[in-house]
Design a protein around this ligand. Structure first.
Ligand code: GLU
Length: 474
């Protein structure tokens, strides 16, 4: 059984996210980061960022930047500077040598050929192929003057128990653990060593990460034990699955945080959605950051994998957009336009969009959706109708718009009077409202799906409304 003690419950909380910069920022990483961030922020703790860039072949600076960008966009602020794991390699190597000095690790001179021969023989005899180094108990006097790896002296019997906050007690037989290498013969530290040294040095108290790392935890415990360090609280969270219940893969579509940003989801909506992926608080679905911070706890993490549900994301996103204050929403739209390389809004557009928000934000699921619905107040005259709208502007419809225009010239520009004016106009001609509504939408917005005709008129004002009607009346 592991000798190392677990972090006492009253220690100030320190969590971290430790992504490997080998591609884009995966939503799984985003969710893990979010869980760690919420856990720390809800407890006056610290949340740290470590870039695990020890794999020099696969790690790229661009991928590290994508992670930083993704974190910033999601609003997951970390304390201090990001730590580069690669930059700490001397320290990792020093710890491996300290293990030697403590007698909890040993120099292993076995060559690759010898290891392979050992495995072949073990296979032939039907024994475990875990390498058992002959150097474990060798007298140092017999050490050759040759390159060596440093291996940890793992316990050979008994069990290692991981007390996991999500998975419960996970017991691994020590006979299944080998004397893993912590420092290779070329002097480079192994990943398994680096993670533990960094977590220890960064003062990490809680390791919340994907359950694909659960097996690593058993081996990492060996490092804590070998150094007599305090083991953090573990919480290995089930991975995210696709809507079909299968492990996430490219065929499930967009999996990068930047993709979701480009689709126009507000960061707050994504935070809400991601925290519900694998964690629950009663039946609550929609909540603010402050609520999530107050409520988030490891005990609410589900043991079954969460499934992506795009409909639910749309739904939550719509609720967040609707709940955002108009001015803040305009600012978010501007940020979205800038982040996705679209043209910025000019002052007039900003002003009109702000005035239109009341009739837009209740129905939009994304910023893209919102911008499309806001088209009527963003475009300049003459409004170019799309195909469907153009089809509504028949000669008859144009004549009707021409007839209507003078009636609106004198009407007072308020919803009630406008409604009454148009109702009178329709009644006099025995027309249903729908007959006029289509051409009005087409004339005012160049679209067939728009906010209500009256909302558009009110936002555009009398002069702009009449001018657009005249443009289309032809
Ligand atoms: N670098 C690992 C990953 O990206 C995480 C390691 C950890 O959290 O301990 O999956």
């Amino acid at each position: 059984m592991s000798q190392a003690s677990q972090t006492p419950p009253d220690a100030p909380v320190v969590t971290r996210i430790a992504p490997s910069p080998t591609g884009f920022m995966h939503i799984g990483t985003a969710r893990t980061a979010l869980f760690n961030w919420l856990y720390a922020r809800g407890r006056n703790g610290r949340f740290l960022l470590r870039i695990e860039d020890t794999d020099r072949v696969r790690s790229t600076p661009e991928a590290a930047e994508a992670i930083v960008r993704g974190m910033r966009w999601l609003g997951l602020d970390w304390d201090g500077e990001p730590v580069s794991q690669w930059a700490m390699r001397e320290r990792h190597a020093a710890v491996a040598r300290e293990m030697l000095a403590r007698g909890s690790a040993y120099k292993c001179f076995a060559t690759q050929d010898e290891i392979e021969a050992f495995r072949a023989a073990a296979r032939a005899e039907g024994r475990s192929t875990l390498f058992r180094s002959p150097w474990r108990d060798a007298d140092p006097a017999t050490h050759p003057d040759a390159p060596y790896a440093i291996r940890i002296k793992a316990p050979q019997d008994g069990v290692t128990v991981i007390r996991d906050q999500v998975q419960g007690e996970v017991t691994i037989r020590n006979s299944e653990l080998d004397d893993m290498i912590v420092l290779r013969s070329d002097g480079s530290p192994t990943y398994m060593l680096a993670v533990v040294v960094d977590d220890h040095d960064m003062g990490v108290t809680h390791v919340i990460r994907g359950d694909d790392h659960l097996n690593n935890a058993a081996r990492q415990m060996l490092v804590y034990d070998a150094m007599g360090w305090q083991v953090p609280v573990w919480a290995h969270i089930p991975l995210i699955h696709g809507p079909d219940g299968k492990k996430l893969s490219k065929r499930h579509g967009a999996l990068g945080v930047e993709d979701w940003q480009a689709m126009g989801y507000p960061a707050a909506a994504l935070r809400n959605y991601l925290v519900r992926l694998g964690w629950s608080h009663g039946d609550d679905e929609f909540f603010t950051d402050a609520q999530a911070r107050d409520w988030f706890d490891l005990s609410g993490i589900n043991r079954a994998p969460a499934r992506l549900d795009p409909k639910k994301l749309d739904n939550l996103s719509g609720k967040h957009i609707a709940a955002t204050e108009d001015a803040a929403l305009v600012a978010q739209v501007q940020e979205f336009l800038a982040a996705t390389g679209r043209d910025p809004l000019d002052d007039g557009q900003v002003e009109r969009l702000g005035r239109a928000m009341y009739c837009l934000k209740d129905r939009a699921k994304t910023y893209i959706d919102l911008i499309e619905k806001a088209r009527f107040c963003l475009v300049e005259r003459p409004v170019q109708p799309d195909e469907k709208a153009a089809a509504l502007l028949t000669d008859e419809a144009r004549a009707l718009l021409a007839e209507l225009t003078p009636h609106l010239q004198t009407a007072s520009w308020m919803r009630d009077t406008l409604e009454a004016e148009i109702a009178r106009f329709n009644d006099a001609r025995g027309l249903k409202f729908a007959v006029l509504a289509g051409p009005l939408r087409a004339a005012l917005a160049g679209r067939t799906a728009t906010p209500s005709v009256f909302d558009m008129m009110l936002v555009l004002g009398r002069d702009e409304t009449l001018a657009r009607l005249q443009d289309s009346a032809g």
